[in-house]
Design a protein around this ligand. Structure first.
Ligand SMILES: NC(=O)c1ccc[n+]([C@@H]2O[C@H](COP(=O)([O-])OP(=O)(O)OC[C@H]3O[C@@H](n4cnc5c(N)ncnc54)[C@H](O)[C@@H]3O)[C@@H](O)[C@H]2O)c1
Length: 334
């Protein structure tokens, strides 16, 4: 099978390695032709130190590599997904399966990544989402990892499962693309919040409290928007939340630590030096929560820290002194 991965960053490269390992004719495309040429020549990606690209994997800056592709993986940062969807559109047919692996919600429209790709490709192909607890640094070293391939079309979900699954990359299928994509975007906001806790010098108790109550919020919003409750307790939900909130691989968490230590959001993002998707998702989630009338106190607080200049230590106190609640009598719990 011919497979193309759009975006030769850390995650795109790791996924291209998986596809090449599985014997597919695999191309890694980058919008920066010079970067693609460097990867093709050096056979390494600077973001994945110590990993050499498999021989069968080719890198290119020519978007025409999409010609005849059966599988197209969009692995750009979420802010570049629309632009990439427009570029890929002329090469997509009804037989192509497109997979989004970007984690975010589009600013202004509040669309999920698969919705953007459906829109830009004129709804002619199946679009799936692949997500789960998966650091590129570990997948590219072939460390055992599990993800979910979600699509409302079960055949397309199984197609993605077959393309990626091997003895170090285990794929489950799911019909719940809404839940999987919302989990992916929302966990970045919570990873940022956990980083803030770390930056404030708070402990493991605080982080466990934050992650667990955040999952209640994610489930509330996710169910309200049509996601399945079970997804939020699964690999793309709880699994990804755990890995992102506890690992230094997460740029969202690293940005949060800097904010907890007193930096502004802009200073923290500049220091991290890469797109901090949780920053943008925090605004979208705040808008969605208001639109849907869903109570999301943790997301509300992190929004106020990021966008309204509230002090992190003040919102911790605010959250801790909210009205008394019964854990089991909430409208939604997993
Ligand atoms: N890094 C991970 O471990 C990981 C794991 C799962 C999902 N993801 C998701 O995958 C996506 C990519 O993350 P990453 O870590 O690979 O990022 P990265 O910063 O390493 O790479 C991003 C890639 O996108 C390309 N790009 C940037 N702007 C572009 C544009 N306007 N048009 C086309 N391409 C553009 C860059 O050239 C680069 O190749 C994100 O949405 C992230 O949440 C990452």
């Amino acid at each position: 099978m011919k497979a193309i991965v759009l975006g030769s960053g850390a995650w795109g490269t790791a996924l291209a390695i998986v596809l090449a390992d599985n014997g597919h004719e695999t191309w890694l495309w980058d919008h920066n032709a010079q970067r693609a040429a460097e990867v093709e020549k050096s056979r390494v990606n600077p973001k994945l130190s110590g990993v050499t690209l498999p021989e069968g994997l080719r890198a290119t800056g020519d978007i025409a590599c999409l010609t005849g592709a059966e599988l197209v993986v969009c692995a750009t940062p979420s802010i570049a997904v629309r632009e990439t969807g427009v570029k890929m559109a002329p090469y997509i047919s009804k037989d192509t399966v497109v997979v989004t692996v970007s984690k975010g919600i589009e600013r202004d429209t509040n669309l999920r990544m698969s919705e953007i790709l459906q829109e830009t490709t004129g709804n002619i192909c199946k679009v799936a989402a692949l997500s789960g607890p998966s650091h590129a640094e570990e997948v590219s070293r072939r460390m055992p990892t599990g993800c979910v391939a979600a699509c409302s079309d079960r055949r397309a979900a199984r197609f993605v499962q077959d393309a990626f699954m091997n003895d170090y990359f285990r794929i489950y299928t799911s019909y719940d693309i809404v839940g999987v994509e919302l989990s992916a975007a929302l966990k970045n906001v919570i990873a940022l919040s956990c980083g803030v806790c770390d930056g404030l010098g708070l402990g493991d108790n605080t982080k466990a409290l934050l992650m667990t109550r955040a999952m209640a919020e994610i489930t509330r919003l996710g169910e309200d928007m049509g996601g399945s409750r079970r997804t939020f307790g699964g690999l793309a939900g709880m699994g990804d939340l755990i890995v992102t909130c506890t690992s230094m691989h997460s740029r969202n968490r690293r940005a949060g630590i800097l904010i907890g230590q007193g930096k502004t959001a802009q200073e923290a993002m500049a220091e991290v030096g890469a797109v901090v998707e949780g920053y943008y998702a925090a605004e979208s989630v705040w808008q969605l929560a208001r639109r849907e009338g869903v109570e999301m106190p943790i997301c509300q607080c992190i929004y106020e820290v990021l966008y309204q200049g509230k002090q992190a230590k003040d919102v911790v106190r605010e959250l801790m002194t909210r009205a008394k609640k019964d854990e089991l009598l909430e409208k939604t719990w997993m």
